[in-house]
Design a protein around this ligand. Sequence first.
Ligand code: FAD
Length: 479
Amino acid sequence: MWFREDLRLGDNPALNTAFESGAPVICLYILETVKDGSRPLGGASKWWLHQSLSALAEAIEALGGQFVLRKGAAQDCLLNLVEELNATAVFWNRRYDAGGISVDSAIKTALKTAGVEGISANGRLLTEPWQVRTGAGAYYKVFTPYWKSVRANYRAPPPLPKPDYIGDFGLPSDTLDTWNLLPQKPDWAVLFPQHWEPGETGAHARLERWLDGAIDSYSDQRNRPDVEGSTSGLSPHLRWGEISPVQVWRAVHSRIGSVAGSSAEDSAWTFLSEIVWREFSYVLLYHNPRLADVNYNIDFQHMPWRDNSADYERWCEGQTGYPIVDAGMRELWHTGWMHNRVRMIVGSFLTKHLLLPWQMGEDWFWDTLVDADPASNAASWQWVAGSGADAAPYFRVFNPITQGSKFDETGAYVRRWCPELEALPDKYLHSPWDAPGPVLRNAGIALGETYPHPMVDHKTGRQRALDAYDTLKERRAAI
Ligand code: FAD
């Protein structure tokens, strides 16, 4: 059983098929060093992967087994192992990024040539990205009808059992520590363990906590970064397959009957629709393999983006002078995660106020998010920038001041991540430059010294973005 982005023992279709074969099962993970066309993992993803592999190894050992770790080109590692063991089949759950698909198809062919079966399953999505189709037979490019179709037709399959015994064949294996997945000098992930418990147990604990009440207010609270636990925090667990969307769907759906007709029912469906945004992102990625770097709407290839690395760095570091943007970027750095509403605000700020290409933001998120996902990150960045399928229109420029006051209503979010603004009265928290001198002095703030001046005036930045967008419209009209 070749584990990849499905780091769990429970309800794992490929693992279950492997055990059903009746043959002894070896559990394997390969740190792939050669993956043509695949993107190297970002730093925060590597941190998560280390922890998650360690948790899975422990779970396998608790059942008597050994988790075999190998490093190299997947095809070489697999063929070597197949030969060492005289294995008859290799099992895995599918992945959907172009690089992964091409590696896996080559492996399937190589295994076949060697007389070994390569058996793949869906352990990552509710439905395969090629399954749900419009009446005309095309893939969905608009979310709402896609969601309606999934909501009406999807039925979760019954859960698959977790193995109760795994064999240990004493095979040669790397040790996790030698893979150097954890950051050193500096250890920027030092606070991550306060926020996360990677692994299958941590994933289920989080789901349980979520179902224990917070989910019932999801419709009202999900846009509130200042409210602790306003969203589930399941994204990195889903990213690494420590829990599957099928398991989440089953757990949430089974509650719906007991809360029928109440606002909790509405919240449950809204939450499931977000799980389906993840599916929709996979549909887009599967049908647009270069979603992470090529504009879905090709008009955007002519967007007159700016080229300014100093502005980009200020954005990455959370030093833009807009408190809600800075709070988000600092939350990301310290925890490896950012609230969805704030992801939209910082994304809009980068692509509109700073007029920097969305790919730069996608790249930073790829490196710093513990949930950095090949489909959701790419699709969401294109959505924010206006270049994506079913995207927010480019001319919708989020105002970081009003977004801040509306969604960080209590100011707790900005105060937490920008402590230098803590003593500022609520009225000025999202626009410190509006505060009179004595108010700033009383709060211990010297703009330009303890907290930056805004790097671009909101109105000026907004107009510059709209003017840039107009050039696209003019170009299109001229064709
Ligand atoms: P909840 O609100 O509790 O939602 C439950 C689950 O639904 C999430 O765990 C996630 O798997 C899925 N989900 C929710 N919203 C979305 C969405 N808009 N698109 C796709 N799936 C969604 N999500 C990632 O998982 N990985 C990414 O790399 C990623 N990059 C993003 C980049 C930008 C610019 C934006 C605007 C959004 C991005 N998202 C990404 C989507 C979303 O922000 C996160 O999934 C969400 O914040 C995770 O927190 P949660 O688990 O508490 O979400």
